[in-house]
Design a protein around this ligand. Structure first.
Ligand code: SF4
Ligand code: SF4
Length: 478
């Protein structure tokens, strides 16, 4: 046997006390390392390459030759070691056809609130808003049903601005979609600031089993920092009283809160406690304020660090609950466990353009909701259909990972990051945004470690709470 070289770009191994969990990056498979494999890998990590003499020197009398050999054979077959540096980059496949199953309808560019950090370039007051005519929306739904023939169910997302300013249209479009779908299951989803909710709306959403995500930033202090009316007044009191009614009346599917963390609003634990434990949201997800917002709202380096530590602290709660068989409501962690368990292996950063498209108010087709209203070229419209050639070209090119991403252990989860963020910050939707890489890799490492802990303590958690979509019946409060 000649020297074997470690191929760091193909794995991440994380854990403590001799118990390490390994993510095999090219296949997104997870492995528990036994003692021999862990020691062989540790030796490789300290030297970068090993030969037979070194292996004997280290392991004679510690592990049997068979144990060492088996570990090396496994590592060789996974490409974690090789006799020379190898190129493991995946050649882009031409993506010719993308059967979409999700359409995001931008019903209006108008919003009744004036949140300071809103990313929409074309946002206006409801009175001055561009709105999607119902005829345009119906053409969009026809297009979705035609394009999604290969899918068992479809998803219609009502988006804005604030979609509840167009509630009458939502009612019409739900009836229309159900009639046109002719028995094919349709999921309806709504993202809302909740400030305009009425009991009539809540009953309608319950009847049609809407999946609802409410944009809410925590208790009064947190929420009112940025989520204000056009006149600049805090909206917590109004929103929280509506949310209580929503949570009492909409029980068909879990209602989630989506928190935007902006400068000065990063107390993840307090926000979670309030939204989940006190108000009763089934799931709470966090995202830092998006690119394109004014820099004064963005998290600075110290706040990013503190946020990551706070997310990990909440992730540890999730892990402790999972080990006892309960599902915690921290949705970022749930998503990470889902990705690791299902072996998500992304060659593209997200489903934009593949499974989903967004429709602008004039019927133009955009990669996702964030691109409607920007000057980024669209991909057809509801009258002429999807511009297949342009979309295929974009997606095929997007698969060509940047050389830095090709050597990154988080590539199968990140694949270069959000197109919209790249476009806003760099003017090129396919250029990775490297400013978040350390954050992403540390979060992934944390997830691998927690995954290993849960798997060792309660492997049934993944089959019960992850693979079945993990309905929240056994959610635990703290
Ligand atoms: S953008 Fe950064 S974290 Fe994402 S795959 Fe590329 S190098 Fe890795
Ligand atoms: S491009 Fe960015 S904002 Fe759009 S769906 Fe993908 S990750 Fe989300």
């Amino acid at each position: 046997m000649g020297s074997l070289l470690l191929q760091r770009q193909n794995y991440r191994a994380v854990g403590k006390g001799g118990q390490r969990t390994l993510l095999h990056v090219p296949t997104s498979s997870m492995f528990e390392l036994d003692k021999a494999a862990d020691s062989v890998l540790a030796l490789l990590e300290s030297k970068e390459s090993v030969d037979e003499r070194q292996l004997r020197q280290h392991f004679d009398g510690v592990f049997s030759p068979g144990e060492v050999c088996d570990s090396l054979i496994d590592f060789l077959s996974l490409g974690i070691v090789a006799d020379k540096r190898k190129d493991y980059s995946i050649a882009p496949r031409e993506i010719k056809r993308t059967p979409i199953n999700t359409l995001i309808l931008t019903l209006t560019t108008g919003c009744n609130l004036g949140c300071s950090y809103c990313y929409r370039e074309d946002l206006s007051t409801p009175r001055d808003a561009a709105v999607m005519e119902e005829e345009t929306a119906k053409l969009a739904i026809d297009l979705l049903l035609k394009e999604s023939a290969a899918h068992e169910r479809v998803n219609v997302v009502f988006f804005g601005g604030e979609p509840l300013t167009r509630f009458a249209s939502i009612c019409t479009l739900v009836e229309y979609t159900k009639a046109q779908a002719a028995g094919k299951p349709v999921d309806f989803t709504l993202t809302t600031n909740a400030s305009l909710l009425t009991d009539e709306m809540i009953a309608f959403f319950q009847e049609h089993r809407f999946g609802i995500s409410v944009s809410m930033d925590g208790d009064e202090l947190s929420h009112d920092r940025y989520r204000i009316t056009i006149a600049g007044k805090g909206t917590y009191q109004q929103v929280s009283s509506k949310v209580k009614r929503l949570l009492a009346g909409c029980t068909a599917r879990p209602v989630g809160a989506r928190v935007t963390l902006g400068s000065g609003n990063t107390d993840v634990a307090r926000i979670y406690r309030h939204l989940h434990d006190e108000l009763g949201f089934a799931e709470v997800g966090f995202a830092p304020v998006t690119a394109g917002s004014d820099a004064k709202f963005a998290l600075n380096a110290a706040e990013m660090r503190a946020t990551l530590e706070a997310l990990k602290a909440l992730g540890r709660e999730y892990t402790a609950a999972a080990k006892r068989g309960f599902r915690h409501g921290f949705s970022n962690m749930q998503q990470l466990m889902q990705d690791l368990y299902s072996g998500t292996r992304k060659t593209l950063p997200c489903g934009a353009g593949v499974g989903l498209l967004a429709v602008g108010t004039e019927g133009q087709l955009a990669l996702c909701h964030r691109f409607t209203g920007t000057d980024f070229p669209g991909f057809g419209n509801v009258n002429t259909g999807i511009a297949r050639e342009e979309l295929s070209h974009f997606l095929t090119e997007a698969q060509q990972l940047h050389p830095v991403c090709q050597g990154c252990s988080a590539r199968s989860i990140c694949a270069g990051g959000c197109y919209h963020e790249a476009y806003i910050t760099q003017g090129n939707a396919q250029s990775p945004t490297f400013s978040h890489c350390d954050f992403i890799r540390e979060w992934l490492d944390f997830g691998i470690e927690c995954y290993g802990e849960i798997m060792r303590a309660n492997p049934g958690f993944f089959t019960k709470q992850i693979s079945h979509g993990g309905k929240n019946e056994t959610s635990e409060t703290h």
